[in-house]
Design a protein around this ligand. Structure first.
Ligand SMILES: Nc1ncnc2c1ncn2[C@@H]1O[C@H](COP(=O)(O)OP(=O)(O)O)[C@@H](O)[C@H]1O
Ligand SMILES: CSC[C@H]1O[C@H](OP(=O)(O)O)[C@H](O)[C@@H]1O
Length: 399
């Protein structure tokens, strides 16, 4: 019999007292449920002074934003905790710290990042964190290199691929990213004014073929332990600091998926800026986003290459020049996944505030059209975009 039960605020306080690692557990007295994601309960545990001290996160046996009609495995809580623990081993400065977890209760106690802000909220308000993109590149390089075949022993890696098999969460991505937007599905969600663009997308044979190839690689390329959902809402930032959270979509997949998702979310903000801050004011923010894209990719690829030179364990993959060849494929994958993220966040089930919070309906639709056409064009031209400089130059021309 499972010990699982859904926590109340009182249960969360009691749990935090036991497992929060605070010196004065009895001072923890209240819990606020603050979850704003699509899936789980998140409790902020406060002390007698009202200060938030520790976070208790618990998975529900269903998708929170849809309800009990969409059951979902509790094993995602184990996957999330174990992914964060491994990522924290290789990049502690940019990974939220897991203090305790219990797979059966589907619960995890985490360090409290209340002195940080969710990066998406800051981007939506036009706030700039100049170091965030290169810090995210560092997180991606450290976590993806150290869990790849360049570094891991081949036997260990195969066992890890099995430990992180995450079929139900992967299926969400497989459906929401690669299938639903290109068919008439009840989960899709878009303003009817976009119907002509959506119809054109669905009728575009070369696009459908390119998306099929992206999905096929997502299904079959077990290259490294991905975060699996690294959008700007899964990232906390503060002055000079960045921490990734929310790794329940972790699995062994194509390395390009993580940087592609991250860049896609920067470009969703790029597309939304005219509606968020005004057409004239958007220019500076857009330049910052392009700078972010460049820094993210360069810090990721340069660190990955350095790690490959200095720490590759496999004697064949250590061949000088091979990591460059590998990263060229990763780049092309990343551009394609970036395009798919732009499309699915505009017309699929799960949207982003960068577009949806635009108040003026006509402006919102224009920004959404921009995201759709940019996404489509990136997916189609990914094989021809050789590097981040030409990527940025083409995005500028595209606008
Ligand atoms: N370690 C943390 N410290 C402070 N707040 C957090 C922490 N983890 C999550 N949160 C808050 O809870 C929200 C939802 O968390 P998240 O992990 O994204 O949930 P979900 O898995 O449902 O998407 C975040 O947007 C953030 O506001
Ligand atoms: C039915 S889950 C939809 C969507 O939610 C996840 O994002 P979040 O981190 O906001 O919970 C993930 O991106 C899924 O595609």
């Amino acid at each position: 019999m499972s010990r699982y039960y859904t926590f109340t605020a009182e249960d969360a306080v009691e749990y935090a007292r036991k497992y929060g690692g605070v010196a004065d557990p009895q001072s923890l007295v209240t819990a606020d449920e603050i979850g704003d994601g699509n899936l789980n309960l998140v409790f902020k545990i406060r002390d007698t002074t009202g200060k938030s001290r520790v976070i208790v996160k618990q998975a529900l046996p269903y998708v929170r934003c849809v309800g009990e009609s969409w059951p979902l495995t509790l094993d995602r809580a184990r996957i999330e905790a174990e992914t964060l623990i491994i990522h924290g081993q290789y990049c502690p400065q940019h990974t939220v710290k897991v203090l305790h977890h219990d797979a059966e209760l589907a619960v995890m106690v985490q360090e409290d990042l209340s002195d940080h802000q969710i990066w998406r909220s800051e981007l939506v308000q036009g706030k700039y964190f100049p170091q965030a993109a290169s810090q995210l590149g560092e997180y991606l390089a450290q976590t993806l290199f150290h869990t790849s075949d360049f570094y891991q022993n081949a036997q260990t890696k195969k066992a890890e691929v099995s430990r992180f098999t995450n079929p139900e969460l992967c299926q969400i991505t497989e459906d929401l990213f690669f299938t639903d937007p290109y068919v008439d599905h009840e989960r899709n969600n878009f303003d009817p004014v976009l119907q002509p663009e959506v119809d054109a997308l669905r009728a575009d044979k070369p696009l459908r073929l390119a998306v099929a190839a992206l999905k096929h690689r997502f299904l079959s390329k077990a290259e490294a332990l991905l975060h699996g959902d690294i959008h700007s809402g899964s990232i906390f930032v503060a002055e000079g600091k960045l921490k990734a959270i929310d790794a329940e979509f972790g699995y062994y997949g194509p390395v390009g998926f993580d940087p592609g998702s991250a860049i896609g979310n920067l470009l969703l903000n790029y597309c939304g800026l005219p509606g968020l801050v005004g057409v004239r004011e958007a220019a500076d923010g857009r330049e910052q986003r392009l700078k972010d894209v460049r820094e993210l990719w360069l810090s990721f690829s340069e660190r990955f290459l350095q790690l490959a030179r200095e720490k590759s364990q496999d004697p064949t993959l250590a061949e000088p020049g091979y990591a460059d060849v590998f990263l060229q494929d990763v780049w092309h994958d990343a551009v394609g996944y970036c395009g798919a993220e732009l499309i699915r966040r505009t017309i699929g089930l799960a949207h982003v505030a960068d577009l949806d919070s635009i108040k003026d309906a006509a402006m919102r639709a224009d920004c959404q059209r921009h995201a759709l056409s940019l996404g489509k064009w990136l997916i189609l031209t990914a094989p021809q975009i050789s590097d981040v400089e030409s990527f940025i130059a083409r995005i500028r021309q595209f606008s």
